[in-house]
Design a protein around this ligand. Structure first.
Ligand SMILES: *[C@@H]1O[C@H](CO)[C@@H](O)[C@H](O)[C@H]1NC(C)=O
Ligand SMILES: *[C@@H]1O[C@H](CO)[C@@H](O)[C@H](O)[C@H]1NC(C)=O
Ligand SMILES: *[C@@H]1O[C@H](CO)[C@@H](O)[C@H](O)[C@H]1NC(C)=O
Length: 183
């Protein structure tokens, strides 16, 4: 998942942050509509592939793979812009600058440990090589019910030091689940 891996990671990390204040009230439905690889720096990443699919009736999953062409250092950062889509046009909602991926990966987050089970990607420093993640279940159960509803674009640029290596956009839809009447 070299190339893609940071892509998928970035998205998962954002979801993770959204979900930190988890409440166990699954009254919302989060759907990933698509994941686009906007650009890759071929000096760093090749053979990138990402597939989003419906895993079962309730869950989506992601297959992602790619070849990392160079060893990476500890200076792996994400810059993320989150847009809402209103009247068909994206409007910038918020930005998160210089998210230090290596710090997050080395932190003690059970949700991230779960992610590692789906593939052979590693914590920092990541070494050159081919990485693959298969049937990575998208778990949105910890996204708090207080998040806004609507359609969003998470635009993430991943850099190794000063060099951009990957740019992805993830399209999300967050909606209410119709409430079942209590008997
Ligand atoms: C779909 O798969 C997930 C992960 O294995 C599981 O938690 C969930 O219960 C499954 N849903 C259905 C409807 O089988
Ligand atoms: C990761 O797994 C893939 C596919 O199973 C394999 O081709 C690749 O060599 C593995 N990479 C590393 C760094 O272990
Ligand atoms: C995901 O990867 C698994 C294992 O390689 C494969 O069986 C499955 O067809 C893939 N799904 C998609 C949608 O590419």
């Amino acid at each position: 998942m070299a190339k893609q891996l940071p892509c998928v990671f970035a998205t998962c990390i954002i979801l993770f942050f959204l979900g930190v204040a988890a409440e166990d009230e699954p009254a919302i439905k989060v759907t990933i509509q698509k994941i686009e690889i906007i650009s890759v720096n071929k000096e760093y990443v090749q053979e990138e592939h990402v597939a989003l699919f419906q895993y079962n009736a309730t869950h989506q999953a992601i297959n992602a793979s790619g070849r990392l062409m160079k060893d990476l250092g500890m200076q792996l950062d994400d810059n993320a812009d989150i847009y809402t889509i209103e009247d068909g046009a994206p409007h910038l909602l918020t930005s998160a600058k210089d998210i230090h991926i290596c710090d997050i990966l080395s932190g003690d987050y059970p949700e991230l440990e779960q992610l590692f089970k789906f593939g052979n990607f590693t914590k920092c420093p990541m070494k050159a090589g081919f990485y693959a993640g298969v049937n990575a279940i998208v778990d949105t159960s910890s996204v708090p019910a207080s998040v806004p509803r609507g359609e969003f674009i998470i635009d993430v640029k991943t850099s190794n030091g000063p060099t951009e290596i990957l740019h992805t956009k993830t399209f999300l839809k967050i909606e209410d689940v119709p409430v079942k009447k209590a008997k």
